[in-house]
Every structure is written in structure tokens, then in C-alpha cells.
Write a new protein. Structure first.
Ligand code: COA
Length: 190
């Protein structure tokens, strides 16, 4: 019982922390990439993005406060890539973790693309665009966790400069990755 109350409190605090931290951030500005569009997720696109998340992640779900956060702040925390008909092809979802927020680090919760559009560098384009955007918002780095055998995700992350920093505690086979945004932007601007 006590444990359930603690879990509920931590979820509400997660929501408050992320609402506060994103209050003054700018939304991810829309842009064109080849014949695709990159933008922040609007509230009316939440159901489409969530369906994609559940399909690709094998039925994972997000809790009530997490869904509420994305509906309210998806335009700042979730970068999407769309086709010319504005169908969502993939996304990168982020949030601030309690211990990382004071260090200016944003956590990449999940990123994916529809299988039929993989291998066209669209995930790379979305990651680069959102990484530059977050640097301009004052974020210092991006952290992520990936399974060591998820080669597409691991290679896609490494290809834009993420470094493996550790093994994820209490999660066998998962690695902790970190992208220093200042170094990343120096690199892409040279
Ligand atoms: C991870 C994911 C978004 C990558 O998408 P993608 O279309 O392959 O991305 P890109 O085309 O931009 O490829 C970027 C790099 O990823 C690597 N990569 C892509 N597919 C790969 C594969 N099947 N095996 C190994 N590396 C691969 C390549 O190094 C590529 O770099 P290159 O273009 O210089 O060769 C996609 O595979 C996906 O949606 N996977 C399922 C969801 C998932 O596991 N998400 C991660 C959760 S932590």
C-alpha cells in the first residue's frame, strides 16, 4: 500500500518536474527535410504517436501522468517526422529525469521509425535536428539506454556521436549512452 502511494507520488512529481522544466523552452520548430517534415508533436497527434509507440515497442504503455505530459508538452519534448500527408513515420520522445535535470541533461525515452522507412537516414535527420534544437534551449547533453544487441539503435546513436558511458544499473544487457551537445554541434558545424 505504502509502496503504491510512493509510486503515485513519484509519477506526479515526474509530471510537475517536466512541466516546470519545459515551461520556458521553445517548441521544436517545424522544418522540411527532403520530402518529409520534422516538427514537435501536437496534442491532436498524440493518439497516432502513441499507437506507433505501442506497435513498435511490442505493446509497451506509458502511465497516465506521462501521457498527460506528452499531450501538453509534446511540442517541446517529442520530435516527429512525417510524410507529405502529415502521417507520423517516427518520433524521438524525451523527458527530464530527477538526477539529470540539475546537470542540464535530457533523457531520450524512446525513438523509432516505421519499418518501411528505415535505412534512409530519417532517424539520423530527426536526431540531429532535435539535438541542435535542444542545445539552443540550454540543454547540455542527451542520455539514453539501449540494449547492447539492438544494433540499429546502437549504431544510429553512435553515428551522431553518442558514447557508451556505462552499463545500465539493474537492467542486464542495457547500456547507458551520452551525447555531449556542445561537442556534437561543434562537430556538425565544422
Ligand atoms: C533505431 C531506428 C530508429 C533506426 O532507424 P534507421 O532508419 O535505421 O536510421 P537511419 O537510417 O538514420 O540509420 C542510422 C544508422 O543506424 C545504423 N543502422 C541502421 N539500420 C541498421 C541495422 N539494421 N543494423 C545495424 N545498424 C543499422 C547505421 O549505422 C546507420 O548509419 P549509416 O546510415 O551511416 O549506415 C530503427 O531501427 C527503429 O525504429 N528500431 C525499432 C525501435 C527501437 O529499437 N528503438 C530504440 C529503442 S532504445
Amino acid at each position: 500500500m505504502l509502496r503504491r502511494v510512493r509510486v503515485q507520488i513519484s509519477r506526479v512529481l515526474f509530471f510537475i518536474r517536466n512541466m516546470r522544466a519545459t515551461g520556458k523552452m521553445n517548441e521544436i520548430a517545424p522544418c522540411r527535410y527532403q520530402e518529409y517534415y520534422i516538427a514537435g508533436l501536437e496534442a491532436n497527434q498524440f493518439d497516432e504517436m502513441y499507437e506507433l509507440y505501442q506497435t513498435i515497442s511490442g505493446g509497451q504503455t506509458l502511465g497516465y501522468w506521462h501521457r498527460k505530459l506528452i499531450k501538453l508538452r509534446g511540442n517541446k519534448l517529442c520530435g516527429i517526422i512525417m510524410d507529405k500527408n502529415r502521417r507520423i513515420l517516427g518520433f524521438q520522445l524525451h523527458h527530464f529525469k530527477k538526477r539529470e535535470l540539475p546537470k542540464g541533461i535530457l533523457y531520450v525515452e524512446y525513438g523509432c521509425l516505421l519499418p518501411e522507412v528505415r535505412g534512409k537516414s530519417l532517424s539520423t535527420a530527426l536526431r540531429k535536428y532535435t539535438a541542435k534544437h535542444f542545445l539552443l534551449q540550454g540543454i547540455k547533453g542527451l542520455s539514453a539506454h539501449t540494449h547492447k544487441e539492438n544494433y540499429p539503435a546502437l549504431n544510429a546513436a553512435k553515428s551522431i556521436g553518442y558514447a557508451i558511458t556505462d552499463e545500465k544499473p539493474n537492467a542486464k544487457g542495457y547500456l547507458t549512452l551520452y551525447l555531449d551537445l556542445r561537442k556534437f554541434c561543434d562537430l556538425v558545424n565544422t
